[in-house]
Design a binder for this molecule. Structure first.
Ligand code: G3I
Length: 367
């Protein structure tokens, strides 16, 4: 009898002792929204094994930080370079990740030729439209059925609700956005199509983006989601204003995505500096106070605010379908060099050694 009890006991205990897979962001959030990250070329080519293991363990979606921008994809008119973008898409397919394409039409990081003719004069409306159509059609068709969603147009509207006076707007007018979405849809009717922008908690931009979404829908032009970049700070934007924008975009009939989440811990040289990279400032010591690490008290302020945003995203997980951080580890972040080159920032979920920050356990504990 004793022997039978031992066998029974062992058979009952063993499964319970079997080590349970540790929870990760991807595993706990799978029923809430996709959790993504931006990849740089090192990560796309899997040159950093530690970063690669973090990406595959914690993230269910990816977006290319730079390699799919028009300056890299079409450096010369009619000459495309797809090696890096192909590698990126293959990486996503190999690991069954939600693959985002970023970005088809943007006033920044375009090749030098895109808005001018051979004499350097701005091209006509017709020429620019044909250049945009060719770029979108070539790129989206290449990845048809493989890229799950595209940032079709990036950053066309300003915080006060006026339109950015980019060559896209000046040469073509507001309808460049209509055309971009029409051509993206024609090239891949199944890929989701997004309008993506930063500082989307500002009411002027919020209202104009709502107007844009309604305009596209009223004209039967497919737009599936609005991307709120969420390059946020310790003191901007307010959670309540951010929430108003989530609700306004949802009410306009589109999904909402948090597309470029990072939170700088550094003092700002100027209030409300968005992600417009044309803003640049002299390097100043007092604006780079944490070269040797962040004091615990400051770190807990950062963590608590980051969790406030995650609480908001979880509250609206019926509307928010993806939350993507703009980079894997702190050392990867563009914020180390923008708006001031050579700083040490701590804006992401993993530290400079790709170790998870405490807020990851807090996020996991919330679900
Ligand atoms: O590729 C060149 C390389 O050949 C050269 O040696 C090197 C030296 O300057 O520069 C490299 O280009 C850099 C590029 O990133 C690729 O690494 C540019 O200088 C640098 O300005 C560029 O910064 C990117 C920035 O967009 C430019 O607009 C950041 O990495 C990227 O994180 C950032 O991402 C944007 C989103 O696409 C849109 N939303 C805002 C966000 C932040 O600006």
């Amino acid at each position: 009898m004793k022997q039978i009890i031992i066998i029974l006991t062992a058979s009952i205990l063993l499964p319970a002792c079997k080590s349970k897979q540790p929870e990760t962001l991807k595993s706990v959030l799978q029923d809430k929204f996709l959790i993504g990250t931006a990849l740089n070329l090192e990560q796309i080519y899997q040159r950093d094994t530690l970063a690669n293991s973090v990406i595959l363990e914690h993230f269910s979606s990816i977006v290319p930080e730079n390699c799919m921008k028009s300056m890299f994809l079409q450096p010369k008119e009619g000459e495309f370079f797809f090696d890096d973008a192909d590698k990126y898409v293959e990486y996503g397919e190999k690991h069954n990740l939600w693959i985002v394409g970023h970005c088809l039409v943007w006033h920044s990081q375009t090749p030098d030729w895109f808005f001018v003719d051979s004499t350097g004069k701005e091209v006509t409306r017709q020429v620019l439209l044909s250049r945009i159509k060719n770029h979108i059609t070539t790129v989206v068709s290449r990845y048809k059925g493989r890229v799950n969603g595209w940032d079709v147009v990036n950053e066309a509207i300003l915080e006060d609700g006026s339109w950015r006076q980019s060559p896209l707007y000046r040469i073509i007018g507001e309808s460049f956005i209509d055309s971009a979405f029409v051509w993206a849809n024609r090239a891949d009717t199944n890929a989701e199509l997004y309008y993506n922008d930063y500082n989307m908690a500002d009411c002027g931009k919020r209202n104009e983006v709502v107007k844009l979404v309604k305009h596209l829908k009223d004209n039967n032009i497919r737009i599936d989601a609005v991307g709120m970049q969420a390059h946020v700070h310790l003191d901007y934007p307010s959670i309540s204003e951010f929430e108003k924008s989530i609700e306004a975009f949802a009410a306009a009939g589109v999904k909402v995505m948090i597309t470029e989440l990072d939170m700088s811990i550094l003092p700002r040289a100027k209030y409300n500096v968005g992600a417009d990279i044309s803003t640049d400032f002299e390097y100043q010591k007092e604006l780079n106070p944490y070269v040797d690490g962040v004091p615990a008290e400051k770190d807990s302020i950062w963590t608590s605010r980051f969790l406030d945003f995650f609480d908001l995203f979880l509250k609206h997980s019926n509307t928010i379908t993806r939350v993507t951080t703009w980079g894997v580890g702190d050392a990867d972040s563009w914020l180390n060099n923008w708006p001031i080159p050579g700083r040490t920032d701590y804006p992401l979920l993993f530290d400079r050694n790709y170790m998870p920050k405490p807020c990851i356990d807090s996020i996991i504990g919330k679900i």
